[in-house]
Design a protein around this ligand. Structure first.
Ligand code: FES
Length: 394
């Protein structure tokens, strides 16, 4: 179906800005050690423009990635949309300080994770983290070359999306497969995959702690009535109906976090950044806020549950558009936003524990990862899964 062009622009902008990021870093890796790494950990994420000059290329890569988005005549329409959307997306980045902080946070997380790993898993040390972004530098393909040059014994491909979606994690994994279809796979490297970890106890504790930090800022008489509104990027129902596991994995994280909080507050889950005329997961986060205000709720905490760093959706959409503008418009008493995990010590502990547990386990790849969505028609998924099965069994 061809989207109406204006709606399509908006769709592209929101999609792109929703996932974007910045920081003044250009290198894809930071050394935890000056020694040759024994274990390389490639942290995969979407990435985001570090400055506004990168916005166009970032949008272009998104709009031409068929794992992320399927458009009619994509090879022509994608570049056109990217060109048209660039000024508006640049403006949003300017409003959050000029760029996305994802690279800054990922590098810090990787460095702290490896420092812990060197202590708790000396048999696999030295560890070194690398950053592989899908749509902006450091691009995953370039980082793979850097890893090869460092000649580690083992590479762990570690998705930084806790909950799996074929549009996000799946796209990153497919891009690695595509890279090695055109380049020789290096000998003597053991490959393994961490593809999802949305219910890891330490991740759950991190989110719960971030919520407690905000709850404590409400006066005691209101605290128990604050609505905890979890929010995640929406997904087209077309993808959901193919069997994408994302909504159920988001729901599992929400359930575990509320269990950790001992059901202290009323809560709900909503989906942000839906655009275009096609049906997506609902309710939209702003609609959910409006609905609860109509029902008499006056105090809220918004909790971004699907991203481990601040990014434009937290800093712009949640902070500026909802916690500030929408809250004022609706006469909300207080609307706060829980911080992303970022460098919370519990979260660093989660990252290092997840990798250490993975390195000790006998299972290089989760069987669920090797299985396609039941209604998948993407031949790249088919070929990629076969390839991963093969390289992870070597
Ligand atoms: Fe999910 Fe292909 S779309 S495996």
């Amino acid at each position: 179906m061809i989207l109406h062009s204006r709606k399509l622009y908006r769709y592209a902008t929101n999609l792109c800005s929703g996932y974007a990021t910045t920081a003044n870093f250009s290198s894809s890796a930071a050394h935890c050690t000056q020694q040759q790494p024994k274990t390389a950990i490639l942290m995969l994420n979407m990435g985001g423009p570090q400055h506004t000059d990168q916005v166009h290329d970032y949008l272009l890569r998104i709009m031409t990635d068929r794992d992320m988005i399927q458009l009619p005549m994509q090879s022509r329409l994608g570049p056109w949309i990217a060109q048209r959307r660039t000024p508006e997306v640049q403006k949003k980045y300017k409003e959050i300080g000029g760029g996305s902080p994802i690279l800054k946070w990922t590098k810090l997380q990787g460095q702290l994770m490896c420092e812990e790993l060197d202590k708790i898993s000396p048999e696999t040390a030295p560890h070194k983290h690398y950053v592989g972004f899908r749509y902006v530098t450091p691009l995953t393909e370039d980082t793979l070359v850097q890893i090869e040059n460092d000649k580690p014994e083992r590479v762990v491909l570690f998705s930084q999306y806790p909950q799996y979606s074929c549009a996000t994690s799946g796209s990153s994994f497919n891009s690695i497969f595509t890279h090695y279809r055109q380049n020789t796979l290096p000998d003597n490297i053991k490959w393994s995959i961490i593809d999802r970890w949305g219910t890891h106890p330490l991740l759950v504790k991190t989110f719960a702690q971030r919520i407690r930090e905000e709850l404590a800022k409400f006066v005691e008489t209101k605290r128990n009535d604050v609505v905890i509104l979890f929010t995640a990027h929406s997904l087209p129902l077309k993808a959901v109906n193919r069997g994408d596991p994302y909504p159920s994995e988001i729901g599992a994280t929400v359930h575990m976090v509320m269990q950790e909080l001992r059901q202290s507050n009323p809560y709900s889950l909503a989906w942000q950044s839906k655009v275009g005329p096609l049906p997506w997961l609902a309710p939209a986060t702003d609609d959910a806020i409006k609905g609860y205000v109509k029902q008499g709720r006056k105090n809220f905490i918004l909790v971004p549950i699907a991203f481990v760093n601040e990014h434009i959706e937290t800093l712009h959409e949640l902070d500026i558009e909802y916690c500030d503008e929408l809250a004022k418009e609706l006469g909300v008493e207080e609307m706060r936003r829980a911080a992303a995990p970022n460098d919370h010590p519990l979260f660093i502990n989660a990252l290092s524990s997840i990798v250490a547990e993975h390195l000790r386990a006998e299972q290089p790849v989760n069987p669920k990862f090797l299985m396609r969505c039941p209604m998948c028609v993407n031949s790249r998924c088919r070929d990629s899964k076969r390839w991963y099965q093969q390289i992870c069994s070597q």
